[in-house]
Design a protein around this ligand. Structure first.
Ligand code: HEM
Length: 416
């Protein structure tokens, strides 16, 4: 039992800055049972990393959740449960292997690298929209639309529909992200998923008739080569890619810019080194580690086992706190220091093991293209509010807005 650390993830001060509490847990009660969260909370790097690849911890967490609901609610959320149960991230082998294999074929490193010029154009276009002003919500106007546009284009979805996908994705976010203060989150998620599923079912049929150069067509082609996926599974995979493809990368850009603004020496070092691709890459890795988009990954105990004297029992939930592991001093010297040149940065922000993020190369590419352009076209960034507001998710580490003041750099002009 906990020797004195009261883990309350709902406290506003903890939502704003979870790291002091995560440090306290890591040192005093690394295998903590939280009644508030209804599950175990693991904070040490070694435990989180091992947990992510331990077959005794199952990723299949939607089915048990739905099965434990009272009958009336279960019936209401059946469609949502069915759909999310088809997402690779919520499945164990062998089903996971099949779903993941198909995505791997469409998301090769070569395919991602070839996107760089197009990502650059999208970045420039969005930054053009910031030129004639000195204040903006950089999250809403840059960090969000960049990855949303990139993943929508990759899937072949028309740009005019991106706003619809945002609405549905937002509806799903409170449920998947485990937000606590959204009372109607189940109904909203069920509604969002129903509309998104309907959209993609029609879209996939259209692509079957008229294939394009997009990932959806590649998934369909892989299917017809014999990697059979049901239409439901194809639809679910498109929805997962769309959702995962932008909810998190938004936070890489927004949280990364906030970290830079709070560490002017590092901001200046990056600005001076923008031509150095290795430095930019290393800075993006540090943004991912220091205050990255993942707070935790959730698993369910599939088989009883002991950890540090605690007994984890079948059916219990386990919160593997990636954000805590990324600040474990046993692995990262001076873990609370934001250091864009940090060597050997083995953070767990993209997970580890079988479920390691399919989109990691894409997210890294977007970061590596976005920051040099943002920093060379604008300067003197500062927060336009005393403290940004953070969402109360337990899975994602996300601000709700990032209002900043800035000035256009001398000589910067609208592109194109
Ligand atoms: C900085 C941005 C991103 C972060 C921090 C991130 C983080 C993660 C994490 C932690 C996982 C593992 C979850 C678990 O083990 O339960 C994951 C899985 C996944 N991510 Fe990402 N992600 C990012 C961007 C993307 C992008 C751009 C895409 C798609 C294009 C994507 C698609 C996926 C998919 C499909 C999975 C499931 C993989 C599987 O279950 O095998 N992610 N991501």
């Amino acid at each position: 039992m906990s020797p004195g650390v009261d883990f309350d993830p709902k406290l506003p001060s903890v939502i704003q800055d979870p790291y002091p509490l995560l440090h306290a847990l890591m040192e005093q009660d690394p295998v903590h049972y939280s009644r508030r969260l209804g599950g175990w909370v693991l904070t040490r790097y070694e435990h989180v990393r091992n947990g992510l690849r331990d077959p005794r911890l199952s990723a299949d967490r939607i089915r048990p959740f739905i099965e434990h609901l009272p009958p009336a609610e279960r019936a209401r959320l059946e469609g949502l449960g069915h759909h999310l149960g088809l997402w690779a991230v919520f499945n164990d082998p062998p089903k996971h292997t099949r779903l993941r294999g198909l995505m791997n074929k469409a998301f090769t490193s070569r395919a991602i690298a070839s996107l760089a010029p197009r990502v650059g154009e999208i970045v420039d276009e969005l930054l053009d929209g910031l030129m004639d002003r000195e204040e903006a919500d950089i999250l809403a106007e840059f960090a969000y639309p960049l990855p949303a546009t990139v993943i929508a284009e990759m899937l072949g979805v028309p740009r005019s529909d991106v706003h619809l996908l945002k609405k549905w994705s937002d509806e799903l976010k409170s449920f998947v992200g485990g937000a606590r203060a959204t009372p109607d989150k189940y109904d909203r998620a069920a509604q969002g998923i129903a509309e998104m599923t309907d959209y993609f079912a029609r879209f996939i049929e259209e692509r079957r008739r008229r294939p394009g150069e997009d990932v959806t067509s590649a998934l369909l082609a892989a299917e017809t080569r014999g990697d059979f996926l049901s239409v439901d599974e194809l639809v679910a995979t498109c929805v997962l890619l769309l959702f995962a493809g932008h909810e998190t990368t938004t936070n890489l850009i927004a949280n990364g810019l906030l970290a830079l603004m709070r560490h002017p020496d590092q901001f200046e070092a990056l600005r001076r080194g923008l031509q150095d691709a290795a430095l930019v890459e290393s800075a993006v890795e540090e943004m991912l580690r220091y205050d990255g988009p993942s707070l935790s990954s959730v698993r369910v105990v599939a088989e009883d086992f002991e950890l540090e004297g605690a007994r984890l029992r079948q059916g219990e939930r386990v919160f593997l706190m990636n954000a805590a592991a990324n600040r474990d001093p046993r692995v990262f010297p001076e873990p609370d220091r934001f250091d864009i040149r940090r060597p050997d940065n083995r953070h767990l922000t993209f997970g580890f093991g079988l479920h390691f993020c399919v989109g990691a190369p894409l997210a890294r590419l977007e970061g590596a293209v976005a920051f040099p352009r943002l920093l060379s076209r604008f300067r003197d960034f500062e927060l336009a509010v005393a403290e940004p507001n953070w969402s109360d998710d337990i899975i994602f580490r996300a601000m709700t807005a990032l209002p900043v003041r800035y000035r256009a750099a001398a000589g910067a002009s609208v592109t194109g």
